[in-house]
Design a protein around this ligand. Structure first.
Ligand SMILES: C[S@@+](CC[C@H](N)C(=O)[O-])C[C@H]1O[C@@H](n2cnc3c(N)ncnc32)[C@H](O)[C@@H]1O
Length: 367
């Protein structure tokens, strides 16, 4: 059987296969930190069953480039070790240099915090769930990793009284806490922020009183944060529609492209749709292999779906209006030369509960 260090190198190979070479320090961190130490109580497999260290193939699955769900509440995943390739992109964007003081929101298993220490950071990691935070502390202890302080609390507050160089957020939020910007001046916050039903990762910079701007790093599908970080706001998009939530969609416009967009290009279109329509989100539609970009009508029961080949389906009382909006979005995206999501610059403004405001995406421009 392969040893843990062989498995660590295989994980690096898997991450690099789709994402290209990792910076040497990051590759060394993934190869060296034993991921299994952070899932000692097991995880939920893709088939729904729980895998524990005694389960056949346990280590093999731990060292795949896949998310490991480590806590489920009423059937809903509430903690996990994120997909390593996504962690790698976010850690790369954080550009850690030895000695950096890093605030992590969402300690989860503690694995990302351990990788941060391998990169030379001093880490404070906050998790809202006391049992999850305690498990992360124990995992770090058993793995012999020093340099991480795990706090229990709502990450909205950051770590009051402390100063950081950078912030990394590993849970999906509706906006950035001004406390992070105050604690990490003049820092950088790498954070997945709600947009059209998903959580694209942003690199946010600015002062708590503004201006606060961001560039887009990549798409992601993080679990949603508890508390004020997930506050609803007028510029926010509707939540995704679950399977069977939209029925009676019929063809409203034919395919635009002979071949469907790749999943990456489809996400770029999806991002643009979220810029141009506050009704953009996604739905699980029968017969579609992946979640489908939709423009949900005001009632939330109909609207227009844009398929990866540009076909528009529409249904419900506002079908005609939603189909027209879908066609306009496709025209604009084509006219703009199919911009990738990374081409957008975002400005964030105060939103949410005035007693616990967040800075949420408000305007976008193409660079
Ligand atoms: C995807 S997991 C984090 C993965 C983690 N960084 C790792 O390496 O395993 C998301 C975590 O965010 C935590 N969380 C959710 N809302 C939070 C909040 N408002 N403040 C702090 N943590 C929160 C959850 O309890 C969960 O453990």
């Amino acid at each position: 059987m392969a040893g843990v260090s062989d498995l660590g190198r295989r994980l690096v190979d898997e991450i690099e296969r789709d994402g290209g070479p990792l910076p040497a320090a990051l590759a060394a961190a993934f190869a060296a930190v034993p991921r299994e130490a952070f899932v000692a109580e097991g995880f939920q497999r893709r088939d729904g069953r729980w895998a524990t260290p005694g389960t056949a193939g346990f280590l093999d699955t731990v060292y795949r480039d896949d998310v490991l769900v480590t806590k489920v509440d009423a059937g809903v995943p509430v903690s996990s070790s994120s997909q390593p390739s996504l962690m790698a992109i976010m850690l790369d964007a954080l550009a850690v240099v030895p000695g950096d003081r890093v605030l992590e929101i969402g300690a989860g298993t503690g694995y990302n915090a351990a990788l941060l220490t391998r990169l030379g950071a001093e880490v404070t990691s906050v998790d809202v769930q006391a049992d999850v935070a305690e498990r992360a502390r124990l995992a770090l202890l058993h793995a012999g990793i020093a340099g991480v302080r795990v706090l229990t609390g709502d990450g909205y507050a950051g770590s009051p009284g402390d100063r950081f160089d950078k912030v990394i957020v590993t849970v999906g939020v509706a906006g950035v806490s001004p406390q992070w910007l105050a604690q990490a001046r003049p820092g950088l916050v790498v954070v997945p922020v709600q947009h059209a039903g998903t959580h694209p990762v942003l690199a946010v910079r600015g002062e708590p009183g503004g201006p606060v701007t961001a560039s887009v790093i990549c798409s992601s599908g993080f679990m949603t944060a508890a508390g004020p970080l997930s506050a609803a706001h007028p510029a926010g998009h509707p939540a995704p529609v679950s399977s069977g939530g939209l029925t009676g969609l019929h063809p409203a416009a034919p395919a635009r492209w002979p071949r469907p967009l790749t999943s990456l290009r489809y996400r770029d279109l999806w991002y643009a749709a979220g810029v141009w329509s506050t009704r953009a989100t996604h739905a699980a539609l029968p017969g579609q292999q992946q979640n489908t970009l939709i423009l949900l009508d005001d009632a939330g029961t109909g609207g227009a779906a844009i398929l990866p080949d540009g076909t528009v389906l529409a249904g419900g009382p506002e079908a005609a209006r939603c189909a027209t909006t879908a066609a306009t979005i496709l025209d604009r995206w084509q006219a703009a030369g199919h911009p990738p999501m990374q081409a957008w610059r975002v400005t964030l403004r105060p939103a949410g509960d005035p007693s616990a405001p967040i800075l949420a995406p408000a305007t976008w421009e193409l660079t």
